[in-house]
Design a protein around this ligand. Structure first.
Ligand code: NAD
Length: 329
């Protein structure tokens, strides 16, 4: 059954996606849980057959150092908590997968990278789309310039927030930001892996249609990024619009995902016709790859440094919103 993973934070993503995916993985399995909610201990241990010795809470978490069943700690907490649990996991001698967005600041990201490096442990970010066939096709078409040089990109990601008005996603201290941090990182990722380039500058503006809900965090952000090749990306993140799109216009054609960032039901086309790839379990592929990297002692393609770069771009976007000017990344 491979390496043992412990999930930290048993919320929507851990319960809805990661635990089910871990029933399909080949190189790793769900070995343990870390939860602050005692009622979840029994529910999860019954459902996933997790022994009592592999169940921790936030106080006992550091004892995980003595547990040989756990090889990897997967941090699935509110963003502001990613740093603390990543560093504690590394100090406990565990490899770490940390969910996106990596942390609330680039300084925090750097501390997380340093802690894992000092502990001699690998760190990866939950960037599942690097293992997803439609997105991998965007990487191939863009990076190999199959349709020539990319001139223009469009990336939009968002949903109409209808959840709890008191949820952590709406609190600056826990989320670090709003739609940009949560949904916008997919757009930043999308244009980075489609071009294979790093943006030089950003220019951004914010729009708020429901200020009573988004008191502390951004609702909708529009931004433009300029790349060294001359390509320009226009992006949008939102908690108030249903968008899910990644498109590149190149010299000799275009390629686009009209369902770009979801867990399944991916769809895309190019100027030559419809894309047709298998729909896979992205989280299973992502976790299996990381476990394989650990065993084979090879670097992950979604390392902490990639998460750090996205947060640097996010910070430049927030600086641009504040200044009203183009900002360097
Ligand atoms: P969630 O609110 O459903 O779950 C968060 C969990 O953290 C809950 O179990 C909650 O009890 C726990 N928690 C511990 N301390 C808390 C505190 N002080 N305040 C609030 N909750 C606390 O959130 P989620 O949607 O599961 O998101 C968790 C992480 O996973 C985030 O970083 C999010 O961006 C990421 N995520 C990634 C994807 C993806 O596709 N990669 C999808 C969804 C979420």
């Amino acid at each position: 059954n491979g390496l043992g993973i412990a999930l930290v934070g048993l919320g929507g993503y851990a319960g809805g996606q990661l635990a089910p995916a871990l029933q399909q993985t080949k190189n790793c399995y769900l070995a343990g849980i870390v939860t602050g909610t005692p009622a979840k201990e029994k529910i999860w241990s019954d459902k996933y057959n997790i022994p009592q010795k592999n169940i921790y809470n936030y106080e006992t978490f550091d004892k995980i150092a003595d547990n040989p069943d756990i090889d990897i700690v997967y941090v699935v907490l509110p963003v502001a908590m990613h740093k603390e649990y990543t560093i504690r996991a590394a100090k406990a001698g565990k490899h770490v997968i940390c969910e996106k967005p990596m942390a609330v600041s680039s300084a925090d990201c750097q501390e997380m990278i340093d802690a894992c490096k000092n502990a001699g442990k690998m760190l990866s970010i939950g960037y599942r789309l690097h293992f997803e066939p439609y997105n991998m096709e965007m990487m191939r078409l863009g990076q190999q310039k199959v349709f020539g040089k990319i001139q223009k990109l469009d990336a939009k990601n968002g949903f109409v927030y209808g959840g709890d008005p008191n949820a952590w996603r709406l609190k600056k201290a826990l989320a670090g930001g709003g739609g940009l941090m949560d949904m916008g990182v997919y757009c930043i990722q999308g244009v980075r892996y489609t071009t294979g380039e790093e943006p030089l500058t950003v220019k951004a503006r914010e729009e708020k249609l429901r200020p009573e809900l988004f008191k502390e965090v951004d609702e909708t952000v529009y931004w433009e990024m300029k790349f060294p090749s001359g390509a320009i990306a226009r992006c949008k993140s939102s908690y108030n619009a249903n968008d899910n799109n990644l498109r590149a216009d190149a010299e000799n054609g275009w390629f686009e995902l009209s369902e770009a960032y979801r867990y399944g039901g991916m769809a895309g086309a190019t100027s030559k016709g419809k894309m047709d790839f298998p729909q896979i379990n992205q989280q299973a592929a992502q976790m299996d790859d990381f476990a394989n990297c650990i065993v084979q002692k090879k670097p992950t393609i979604v390392p902490g440094e990639m998460g750090l770069q996205d947060i640097k771009i996010v910070e430049a976007i927030y600086r641009s919103i504040a200044s009203g000017k183009e900002e360097n990344v």
